[in-house]
Structures are given as structure tokens and as C-alpha cells.
Design a protein around this ligand. Structure first.
Ligand SMILES: [Zn+2]
Ligand SMILES: [Zn+2]
Length: 246
């Protein structure tokens, strides 16, 4: 077993709030420079760019998992990570259908660019990804699990779009073992404000929307190998696998 430097929350040019500099080549180069071994691509409510970044990662020896940041009906951000592209694309169709049929306004929210690994623009996502899914938090968690993935709440220390910010507690029936925190989260302060956090493992991710944010927040996974199965065990604290935060 060994530690793998990991960041499971990164946006691409598909996220309306993400920088257009977040191309596959630039992201993977910065990931490599930062010494990260494993990343996940997690755009808002869509998995359509995972393919390009996985392919670019393969060229550079970076393990890239497909993922998504779902905004639930309660306006809670939930990260879902999937074992492979096949599961991810099936899930993409499902989450797409849970979004309101509202058009994106690129002038206001930014472009939602779908690209391939060599930066050819394949199209623009027309539906507004910035809106919430119609799924409740419970429905979103169930859907991720149904499609072979695992999930954890994103940035619980944030006041907006977070589980603790919106609900103020962690529903026990969701069986979360791990809570996401932001790059800047002061853990002592979080635990003072929410003592219940003490009972959970934490995972710190960068939530990068711009290149300069990559490598700023990360976690180390103590696992056998950089596989989905091993990440799953660490997230669920199984077989002595765990996550150490930076
Ligand atoms: Zn978020
Ligand atoms: Zn995010």
C-alpha cells in the first residue's frame, strides 16, 4: 500500500463558470507539474467532457476518473465518481434528463464547450448546466450508486451549495463516510462550527475552475493501486484504506 496524491473535483471548459484555459492538454500538464497521481473530472451536471481528459491523461500517465458535480433540488453539490466512461455516459443521459429544459445564456454564464483530447470543439452544450437537477439529494445519491459510482458531498465548509450550508446536518440514511472540503477549508474551524464532522473522514479537493487552482487542494489516498475499486474502499474506510488530507 502507498499514498497517491489525488484531486477528485476539477472542472473543464464545459462548466459555464470554468475558464476557457482549462483545455485537456493544459489541465493534464498542470496536474503532472503538481505531482498529482489521480484526478477526476467533475463538471456541473454533465459528464460530456470526461472522455477528452481521460484520453489526455492516459498519454501522460495520469489516472483520470469520470465524474460529475450534481446540483440537487435542495441546491446541494454532490460529487459522483464512476468506474469507467461507459457507466459515466449512461449516467450522463440520466442526469441530463433531470435538468430543466432551460437554454444556457453564454453571455451571462459563459460558454459550455464540449471538446476532444486535441482541443477540437465538438459542440456547445445548449442546456443550462448552472441550474439544479430536479433530483433530491437522496435521488441523486441513489442514481450514482445505481450506475456503479460512489459519491460524497462537495465542499461542506462552503456556505453556498453545500450539505451543511443548506441542511445544517448530515442525513444518516445516506451512509456517507467521507465529506468533501474546499481547498481553503480550516478544518479546526469547521469542526468547531459543526462538531458532528468529527465522525467523518474528510477529502480535500481543489474544485479548480482555473489552471492556477490545480494542486492547491488535494488529498492522499492510502491504497494498493490507483483503481476505482481502491478509491471506493478508501472513501468507505474499508480494508485499512483511508484518506489523508493536505
Ligand atoms: Zn460546487
Ligand atoms: Zn465544483
Amino acid at each position: 500500500m502507498q499514498f497517491y496524491k489525488t484531486d477528485l473535483h476539477l472542472h473543464t471548459v464545459l462548466s459555464p463558470c470554468g475558464g476557457l484555459e482549462m483545455s485537456p492538454a493544459s489541465v493534464i500538464e498542470k496536474v503532472k507539474e503538481s505531482g498529482l497521481d489521480i484526478i477526476a473530472i467533475t463538471d456541473h451536471n454533465s459528464l460530456k467532457n470526461c472522455d477528452a481528459y481521460i484520453a489526455k491523461g492516459e498519454e501522460a500517465g495520469i489516472v483520470v476518473f469520470p465524474g460529475v458535480e450534481i446540483q440537487t433540488a435542495e441546491e446541494i453539490h454532490l460529487i459522483g465518481i464512476f468506474p469507467d466512461l461507459e457507466h459515466a455516459l449512461l449516467f450522463d443521459a440520466k442526469v441530463f434528463n433531470s435538468l430543466l429544459p432551460v437554454q444556457n445564456n453564454p453571455d451571462f454564464f459563459g460558454d459550455q464547450v464540449i471538446i476532444d483530447k486535441d482541443e477540437n470543439i465538438l459542440g456547445m452544450e445548449e442546456r443550462a448546466l448552472i441550474n439544479s437537477s430536479l433530483w433530491s439529494l437522496n435521488e441523486a445519491v441513489d442514481a450514482v450508486i445505481e450506475y456503479g459510482g460512489f459519491c460524497f458531498p462537495a465542499h461542506v465548509d462552503a456556505t453556498a451549495y453545500s450539505l451543511l450550508g443548506q441542511l445544517g446536518f448530515i442525513p444518516p440514511d445516506l451512509n456517507f463516510k467521507t465529506l468533501g472540503i474546499s481547498a481553503k477549508c480550516k478544518v479546526v474551524r469547521l469542526k468547531t462550527n459543526f462538531p458532528l464532522v468529527e465522525k467523518y473522514q474528510l477529502i480535500r479537493n481543489s474544485d479548480s475552475h482555473y489552471l492556477e487552482q490545480i494542486g492547491v487542494g488535494y488529498s492522499e489516498f492510502y491504497i494498493e493501486e490507483p483503481s476505482f475499486g481502491e478509491l471506493f474502499k478508501a472513501i468507505n474506510l474499508k480494508n485499512n484504506r483511508y484518506i489523508k488530507i493536505s
